[in-house]
Design a protein around this ligand. Sequence first.
Ligand code: SF4
Length: 270
Amino acid sequence: MATDSISFASRLLDWQAEHGRSGLPWQNTQDPYRVWLSEIMLQQTQVSTVKAYYAKFLERCPTVAHLAAADHDEVMALWAGLGYYTRARNLHACAKAVVALHGGHFPSMAEQLQTLPGIGRSTAAAIASFCFGERVAILDGNVKRVLARVFAFEHDIALAKNDKLLWQMATDLLPTKNLSVQMPRYTQAIMDLGATVCTPKQPDCVACPMQSFCQAKAQSRVHELPLKVKNQTQQSIAVAASRKTTRRRGIVRAAASAGGVGGLVLFAAV
Ligand code: SF4
């Protein structure tokens, strides 16, 4: 790896202190219930949408015990409109498990958190790093994109088989000292960088703290990375299918304009 982890982490931390997001309702807390709730809601949902749901949930269920005791239909009603309803079902199941198996306290280690319903590796790492300062990496789509660009990652980030390398890179870059202070800030920083600077379509490289490290920028490949061959393959199939359909229509039209029902026969034969 061309960039050493200390430089990467310290640049990111310095940048976050000055330019990162602050004042989001789920920031500045080390309450795992609140962090967990926000992390689940933010999966596949915009920050602006989540804010109102987050406030509504906390008003009705201020603790994990309240959520565990809530009626299933009420939980689903609170979630209505957020979409991806498996999240709501898992949320309720997880709250019940925290109460039943852990006395109403979320476990402090990512490895234990991952055993709970609906908590994957990255979400577990977010909770453990934000709330307990554990040195564990998150790896959501935003972080994958940042890493793929900074290190000119030459593998398809859409393929699960390449995740192992990305997890290793993300872990190697984590702060190594004063973890209880630095890990929550670092996790927030890498989330903020992916969400506000190194965005999918219009990354703001001029404002980026990684611009002097970034291999994608140095190689003028910012818009080429990350590689998503899987998606490109799907797009190629779609384009090929579309061309084939257009060709069929052309043949059908030609046959129809020549008169008779031959077009139907031709259409079926293409
Ligand atoms: S320099 Fe540009 S491409 Fe590289 S990490 Fe920063 S915003 Fe992303």
